[in-house]
Ligand binder design. Structure first.
Ligand SMILES: CC(C)(COP(=O)(O)OP(=O)(O)OC[C@H]1O[C@@H](n2cnc3c(N)ncnc32)[C@H](O)[C@@H]1OP(=O)(O)O)[C@@H](O)C(=O)NCCC(=O)NCCS
Length: 171
């Protein structure tokens, strides 16, 4: 399987709006419930991740088709600009094939080149597959945000994980 990962631009707007629409209709356990974004909302999402130097948006494509997406949002305050949090999703039909792993590995290469020290991810406790994936890639659990999510009338803990990269503070 030849997966191409590339950083997004506004040229990807329609593909990403379609990907988000399909994902939010699926509403897998472990991600926020949302309605399909309008083109304008999707445009603003792309701009928010491709404009700041410490943020990025990575797309995985198979035969041109979007099969995975990772967004990383860097801290907006100077003291937190070396940190950021990512979100990730893979097309339901292509999960368990290594695409998520490939997206996170690309993120780490980008983060290293971009002076990011701390990559953070928050996984809902009802998403053990995602937590296993992050731990298998070297992320450490830092703590539990108790009952941080209310979904389907149930409180769910959030597991906070992070990975520290070898970035110098003297940049
Ligand atoms: C989480 C997600 C992005 C992982 O992407 P993926 O392409 O399926 O991940 P990979 O194929 O690289 O998975 C690698 C490992 O992670 C684990 N894993 C990933 N997703 C899993 C799942 N749903 N159930 C069980 N294990 C899972 C497996 O242990 C797998 O290891 P293996 O290949 O040795 O079995 C994908 O399952 C997804 O889109 N889920 C819905 C959205 C979501 O939950 N996003 C994360 C929010 S924190």
């Amino acid at each position: 399987m030849n997966i191409q990962v590339h950083s997004a631009s506004v040229a990807d707007l329609e593909d990403l709006q379609q990907f988000a629409t399909t994902l939010f209709a699926e509403a897998p356990p472990g991600i926020y419930r949302r309605s399909a974004p309008t083109m304008q909302e999707e445009y603003e999402f792309i701009a928010s991740r491709v404009t700041p130097k410490n943020s990025t948006l990575l797309i995985a494509r198979l035969d041109g088709r979007v099969v995975g997406l990772l967004d990383f949002l860097g801290g907006t305050l100077a003291e937190e600009a070396h940190t950021g949090t990512f979100g990730i999703s893979v097309d339901r039909a292509y999960r368990g094939l290594g695409i998520g792993t490939q997206l996170i590995e690309e993120l780490m290469l980008w983060a290293l080149a971009s002076g990011i020290r701390r990559v953070e991810v928050r996984a809902w406790a009802n998403n053990p597959g995602a937590i296993r994936l992050y731990e298998s890639l070297g992320f450490n659990r830092e703590g539990i945000l108790r009952d941080a999510i209310l979904t389907d009338d149930t409180y769910v803990d959030v597991v906070l994980l992070s990975y520290l990269l070898d970035a110098s503070p003297h940049r």
